[in-house]
Ligand binder design. Sequence first.
Ligand code: KG4
Ligand code: ZN
Length: 347
Amino acid sequence: MVLKVLGIESSCDETAAAVSRGEGGKREILSNAVASSMDFHARFGGVIPEIASRAHLEAFAPLVEKALSSALLSLSDLDAIAVSSGPGLAGCLAVGTSGAKGLALGSKKPLFEVNHVVAHLAASEGEFGPIPDGSVGLVVSGGHTTLFEIEKFPGRLRVAGSTLDDAAGECFDKIGRLLGLPYPAGAAIDALAKKGDPFAIKVPQGLRGQKDRLFDFSFSGVKTSVARTVEKMREEGRPIPVEDICASLAESVSEVLSRKAVAACLAFGSGVLVVGGGFSANSQLREKLKAKTEEAGIELRIPSLSLCTDNGAMVSLLGLDLLRSGASPSPMDASIDSSMPLDLSSF
Ligand code: KG4
Ligand code: ZN
């Protein structure tokens, strides 16, 4: 049976709406509309929740209309509506979930409230099809760096490891600020890193080789170490080799992420590694993951760039999975959870 789901995302600065279609093991993204309020936040060096919530409110209806019209569908053609209800910024999540509830009530369609971080894994399904049982998942974003052992997607996931402090994206954004780069700095550091020497400065790899923390990460030491190096150079009046710093930073962070992700696949006997989240747009990480998974004979499922950062397609794909698995729709009084847990025994 062909099923069509509208997905809505509003957990941070992106308002996004998309429609995906599923039939058996096939998945197709029919539309994927995104509007970002980042230009309003950039000057503050971080997302301002109140500004983001207001922007969601303005963008919501036009974006839903755009997603439906690009897919050549109307609300009545849908089988369900899915929306991120956490983790994320409370006011932002409230706009998306309230809007989605209104659409679901008005159109008498079932509503699925989904976990934003788990949706980052579902993004891969648009290009690679359903996530096989027994895969390993790696979500690397501005707020999360987490390794999942996937028994069955999306119902049975176990957190195998996560960051003890900063997320990888957060670490890049903080170092970007130190180097005077615009917020968020991930893409700029990526571009600068391509021109630098990845072994020019020493950047620690947090928890690398630590036996009792095999699948956990730590990036706060990375930030401190780079800050000290930059401070010292400034004190000595030396020019800051921004490209070399970016290259060394990218080398360190991508090495530890890819090493631990492949180690998790080997430890859990998994032949598929699924990757998602804004940081998985990083070219140094993508190269290392490709090389290490090829060497280990593991299939790498990493989405194209527009599906790495926050988008509605990943939410609609997760909604499709829930609908197909016979999961119960969310009650209309379900509330958002800005710190929604990631260990899910069932949805
Ligand atoms: O998944 P996402 O869009 O939002 C969250 O759920 O957090 O991720 C945003 C993060 C930001 O920290 C941004 O700097 C980072 O993803 N990012 C990148 C790249 N593109 C975006 N980090 C490294 N390299 C990139 N090319
Ligand atoms: Zn995200």
